[in-house]
Design a binder for this molecule. Structure first.
Ligand SMILES: Cc1cc2nc3c(=O)[nH]c(=O)nc-3n(C[C@H](O)[C@H](O)[C@H](O)COP(=O)(O)O)c2cc1C
Length: 217
């Protein structure tokens, strides 16, 4: 076995799987995202709904982390989290965010930019109640993004909430819920050979319609 680290400069792929043209992308980027999402899901990609969420805080610096996409509809892209987390505070300071998917098995990237807002409370309640009891207790137990002294702090919180909600009726914590990203730009990237990739960009105009363009790779 060769256990020498590979030279990073030599790691590269040539993308040969598919092409993307204007006709295939169509006129509605949400429908086209649905199509690509179904293709990614049915091609066996694990955690196909994992996406990078980038936020910018009050101090103007960017922050990125993975969250799970839990809904797509004509309003946009939704996920769930702790409203008092670092990302929650950054979103309070600045509603401009970006989402990023990379489905490497399909040689595809989707970049989404837009503005974010909280989902209506009843939608957060509905999703919260669909989660396993352990995850619901976890949402109560974790002061997400805060410094904690030890792992035991979390385990003690969990045990306490297990006792508090011993009857199995676990309501949604007020600090936990959904956000929805209303997109203003959605770019579909399909890897092509020799770095001659296809990039189709949709930009939302002030009348709500989408303008489609092609970007150089
Ligand atoms: C695969 C994966 C999925 C995740 N999904 C979520 C999620 O849906 N919601 C969430 O709050 N954090 C999720 N996380 C954890 C976040 O990446 C992050 O650690 C957490 O939200 C705290 O981020 P913040 O301190 O920037 O607010 C996920 C992490 C991974 C690796």
């Amino acid at each position: 076995m060769n256990d020498q680290p590979r030279n990073l400069a030599d790691i590269r792929m040539d993308y040969m799987l598919a092409a993307l043209d204007e006709q295939t992308a169509g006129a509605d980027p949400i429908s086209f995202f649905d199509k690509w999402f179904i293709e990614a899901d049915t091609s066996g990609i694990s955690e196909v709904n994992a996406m990078t969420l980038a936020t910018v805080g009050a101090e103007g610096t960017p922050h990125a982390r993975i969250v799970l996409l839990k809904g797509i509809d004509e309003r946009g892209f939704s996920f769930f989290t702790n409203y008092q987390s670092h990302k929650g505070n950054q979103i309070d300071a600045n509603p401009n965010v970006a989402l990023l998917f990379f489905w490497k098995e399909l040689e595809r990237q989707v970049r989404i930019e837009g503005t974010i807002s909280k989902l209506p409370p009843q939608e957060s309640d509905e999703y919260f109640q669909s989660r396993p009891a352990g995850s619901r207790l976890g949402a109560w137990s974790s002061p997400q993004s805060r410094v904690i002294e030890t792992r035991q702090v979390l385990d003690a919180n969990y045990a306490q909430y297990q006792q508090q909600f011993a009857d199995g009726n676990i309501p949604r914590p007020p600090h936990w819920g959904g956000y929805i990203v209303s997109p203003t730009r959605i770019e579909f990237w399909q890897g092509r050979s020799s770095r001659m990739h296809d990039r189709i960009l949709f930009t939302r105009l002030s009348d709500g319609t989408w303008q489609r363009s092609r970007l150089a790779p």
